[in-house]
Design a protein around this ligand. Structure first.
Ligand SMILES: NCCC[C@H](NC(=O)CCC(=O)O)C(=O)O
Length: 446
């Protein structure tokens, strides 16, 4: 049976904006209060999906969420009609209001952690939505994410869905942004790397001082237990607290892996040499493994954060060759583009570099890799996926039309309080659930 990896990209939601909500995420803070262009953001995302599909990859779409989240505002004591709730919250608690307007579910690398069927005890693909407890605006996502994932992977024979971990910082879980799977082939049992920022119950262990460590060791262990992974195929690695303090808020800002390639910065991990030895041992045929370490003198951590060199997608093309898909920020940085130019000639499986413009997302600290959730699957599992979420030319055209019909081309902070924006979003999302045949996944539909 043939196995491959599919990418499910988040459709950017109609309220995409820059609210400076993510302390520790340099781009989010630097662009706070700039006005955004949701239409352009969504179209940029669709272009990237189309490009992958044109490369012969299986590409899917993950629906955005309903914002502003008036249900959360009601929980927080705002009353009246939806328009009243929005007006009161915007006036009385502007910071809270900005948070409930975020389109942050677009970064689907944070939607969930996924273990392919070859790795799990029961032979199913396992999904655990990330609780995203560290940021209020992101903690609003997991319930709906879970419903959307169930509507996309709706077949108990092949897919197992778990509830997100307890909503508490001790189990802070940021999903696949901190998870990488290495394997000789997508159809072989893989080594799952779980990267965390701190230990929740042991204050003597190293932890960052300036910026939060969003993901805990205990969350990693819990997901690995839930998914039924074997200990001899799991590696837990702590992210270096120093790089978190420089703005590396997720591991996918400093490392990315695909099949037998791990591409990472020299400063990414605590006890790097020891941990990479464990990876080699658990991988099995270590001679097949390509650990591509980027040194400070080649690209500094700061340059990696500016350009998102590691927030690239490393994909295996149908030809078997690997390509690295980078944001145009990498192409436009002399040192980083020089690095990527020479990388393809180094005798590793990575042979091609492609650049994509995802600037609307980059300004909030989300590069190409943040925008996608990976699911390695077999042809049979592929058939069990809700086929309406898989991109083809017809769906691409349909979604472009949908975005052009419903999205605004500018949103500033004041626009978020326009009650009409909620109506526009609901109309758009209602139509989207029909296009993608998701059923009633949103609260306003239930
Ligand atoms: N994986 C990339 C995630 C980026 C995301 N940014 C944000 O939520 C910024 C939103 C804002 O500031 O408006 C985050 O930090 O979790």
């Amino acid at each position: 049976m043939k196995y491959f990896e599919a990418n499910f990209d988040g459709l950017v939601g109609p309220t995409h904006n820059y609210a400076g909500l993510s302390v520790g995420n340099v781009a989010s803070l630097n662009n706070a209060k700039n006005s955004s262009n949701p239409k352009q953001a969504a179209l940029q995302g669709l272009q990237k999906m189309k490009a992958l599909s044109d490369l012969g990859m299986v590409q899917g779409v993950l629906a955005p969420q309903e914002r502003p989240d008036v249900y959360t505002l009601r929980r927080l004591g705002f009353t009246g009609s939806d328009a009243d709730v929005i007006a009161k919250a915007a006036k009385q608690a502007p910071s809270v209001f900005r948070a409930v307007c975020s389109a942050s579910s677009m970064w689907t690398a944070n939607a969930a952690t996924i273990s392919p069927s070859k790795d799990t005890l029961d032979g199913k693909i396992h999904f655990t939505p990330a609780n995203l407890t560290n940021k209020f605006h992101r903690s609003l996502e997991p319930e709906t994410t879970g419903r959307i994932l169930q509507a996309m992977f709706n077949d108990e024979q092949h897919f197992a869905h778990h509830k997100h971990l307890p909503d508490n910082d001790h189990f802070g879980d940021e999903g696949a942004a901190n998870h990488t799977r290495l394997c000789s082939d997508y159809g072989a049992k893989g080594v799952e790397l779980f990267v965390f920022g701190r230990y929740a119950f042991d204050y003597n262990k190293p932890a960052p001082r300036n910026f939060p460590a969003r993901h805990t060791f205990e969350a990693c262990e819990a997901v690995s237990r839930l998914h039924g992974l074997s200990d001899d195929k799991v590696v837990y690695i702590q992210q270096s607290p120093e790089v978190i303090d420089q703005g590396v808020f997720h591991n996918d800002v400093i490392a990315v892996g695909n099949q037998n390639v791990l591409f990472y910065h020299q400063q990414a991990f605590v006890d790097s040499a020891l941990k990479l030895d464990e990876v080699r041992r658990k991988f099995g045929d270590a001679s097949e493994l390509h650990l591509i370490e980027v040194f400070d003198h080649e690209v500094t951590v700061q340059q990696a954060i500016q350009t998102y060199l590691f927030n690239t997608q490393v994909i295996t093309l149908p030809s078997g060759e690997m390509a690295i898909l980078a944001p145009t920020e990498c192409r436009d940085h002399p040192q980083v583009s020089a690095y990527l130019d020479q990388l393809t000639g180094r005798g590793t499986p990575i042979r091609q570099v492609h650049y994509y413009d995802v600037k609307q997302s980059m300004r909030n600290g989300g590069g190409p890799a943040c925008l996608r959730l990976r699911v390695a699957m077999s042809e049979q599992e592929h058939k069990a996926v809700n086929q309406n979420v898989l991109l083809n030319d017809a769906l691409f055209n349909r979604l472009n039309l949908w975005v052009n019909t419903h999205y605004r081309d500018q949103i500033s902070e004041a626009d978020l309080a326009d009650p009409q924006l909620l109506n526009e979003s609901r109309t758009a999302l209602d139509e989207l659930t029909q296009i993608l045949k998701l059923g009633a996944v949103y609260q306003f539909q239930r």
